[in-house]
Design a protein around this ligand. Structure first.
Ligand SMILES: C[S@@+](CC[C@H](N)C(=O)[O-])C[C@H]1O[C@@H](n2cnc3c(N)ncnc32)[C@H](O)[C@@H]1O
Length: 421
């Protein structure tokens, strides 16, 4: 009996409505994941593109050959990327590659992250996974690294909870025919998630987000957010358009699987990361790809960070925007004027000393802890300049606070300390 025949609607009505809702959601999720033999349009095209490489399928990129020397030719030939997000990986990182295809980019990153790092590729097409998994020993042997530092897992990037190999393994032995079975499956999947919460330093992806159905893109972005550690980041290369893609183009499977119809509109791509809770979004590279149906398509790479969430507390810190613009506004509508020290909460002070902000700000050090935790009002309205000319980002400064702040600013202003000017 095939795995799909064993999936039946839940039968036993239960009294606990929350449990029923949760398990019904899981049931729908499992149906969506189609844990069965027949392939969807993307699996069809990219499965075939393993044995017969399609030269013009995506927007080819030139790589530094020295970065590819450890990767076999059969992997390099199956490249359907449109950018190169691999350069953002660092030694020791855990990196997740969404839609890892032949494994080319995962293997490039494996070299960078080294012995203490880990690379996880996720793809839903079995042929791609076989190709990538089949090269692990050879690539990692050449690098002199443990083979277990790279894994290719089968799943849908918009649902990074469910490992399809784990799901199929369960369905081999159990029938999904009631709430009790669903609950056992829920526990089983939860014990071996495809990618656990807050487990990844960097998410990369190369020309794959556009292949996720429009109705699933919001879920996809929140999955990226979920799996990242605090202060983790994404480096995503994908195709974007300068106008909305019309429905008739979306219905064309050739255009859809060819990374055309499912793309984000350029401005909405960045917005999608903001809506998912990211900060510091920026388009870090772009180039024109082609024009189809009167619409221009570009390859872009976007960076974004996780970590602005949390409570705001007063520790008497301030940040000064260095320029070159006279005034900037962040995604939460906080205003920073060039050359002006603006009081900030402890969380913001820490954030502004990291990528991607550090080079643009001076931040005063934390000299003392106030007694007890004093809440800091980080709401946008609190960031407007006060009528009397004092900055009121978060609060009006009391005379004592202003003295302390001026002291901090003075300390950082001249040639003090061992380093001198
Ligand atoms: C355009 S190719 C890019 C492959 C690889 N990133 C590269 O640069 O060569 C898209 C890949 O994403 C996979 N894919 C498409 N949609 C997916 C999804 N929803 N979940 C997981 N993998 C997906 C396909 O199987 C294919 O391997």
């Amino acid at each position: 009996m095939s795995a799909s025949k064993k999936i039946r609607p839940p039968l036993i009505p239960l009294q606990d409505p929350e449990r029923i809702r949760r398990l019904n959601r899981l049931y729908e999720e499992i149906r969506e994941l189609r844990p069965r033999a027949d392939r969807d349009a993307e699996q069809e095209r990219y499965g075939d593109a393993v044995s017969v490489p399609e030269a013009a399928l995506c927007c080819a990129v030139e790589y530094d050959r020295s970065q590819l020397a450890h990767i076999p030719q059969r992997i390099l030939e199956v490249d359907y990327g449109c950018g190169d997000p691999t350069g953002y990986a660092e030694e020791g990182m855990t990196v997740l590659d969404l839609g890892s295809g032949s494994g080319k980019h995962a293997f490039m990153i494996a070299k960078t992250v080294g012995q203490d790092g880990m690379v996880i590729g996720v793809d839903k097409t079995p042929e791609m996974l076989s190709l990538a998994r089949g090269a692990i020993d050879e690539v990692m042997g050449t690098l002199g690294l443990r083979a277990s530092n790279v894994e290719f897992r089968r799943g849908h990037i918009e649902n990074l909870h469910v490992d399809l190999d784990v799901l199929d393994g369960w369905l081999e032995h159990e029938e999904l025919s009631g709430y009790d079975a669903l609950e056992r499956l829920e526990t089983h999947l939860g014990e071996q998630p495809l990618v656990p919460d807050a487990s990844v330093d960097l998410v990369v992806s190369n020309c794959v987000l556009n292949l996720v159905a429009d109705g699933r893109k919001r879920q996809l972005l929140s999955e990226l957010f979920r799996v990242l550690k605090r202060d983790g980041s994404v480096a995503i290369s994908d195709i974007v358009s300068d106008r909305d893609v019309p429905e008739d183009m979306k219905d064309d499977p050739e255009l859809w699987t060819g990374c055309i119809s499912g793309v984000f509109r350029r401005d909405r791509f960045i917005d999608a990361f903001a809506q998912a809770g990211f900060h510091g979004m920026a388009e870090v590279s772009s180039r024109f790809w082609k024009r189809v149906g009167g619409i221009n398509f570009f390859s872009v790479t976007v960076r974004a960070w996780k970590g602005k969430q949390g409570a705001c507390y007063e520790t008497y810190r301030a940040a000064m925007y260095k320029g070159p613009f006279s005034r900037i506004v962040d995604d939460d509508h906080h205003v920073f004027d060039r050359g002006v020290f603006t009081p900030v909460c402890e969380k913001t002070a820490e954030l502004l000393q990291k990528d991607p902000y550090a080079e643009h700000f001076h931040v005063t050090p934390r000299l003392e802890d106030p007694a007890g935790r004093i809440p800091f009002d980080c709401s946008p309205t609190a960031s407007a300049p006060a009528a009397n000319g004092d900055r009121a980002h978060g609060r009006d400064l009391s005379p004592d606070q202003r003295d302390l702040l001026n002291g901090l600013i003075d300390q950082g202003a001249c040639c003090e300390g061992e380093g001198g000017c």
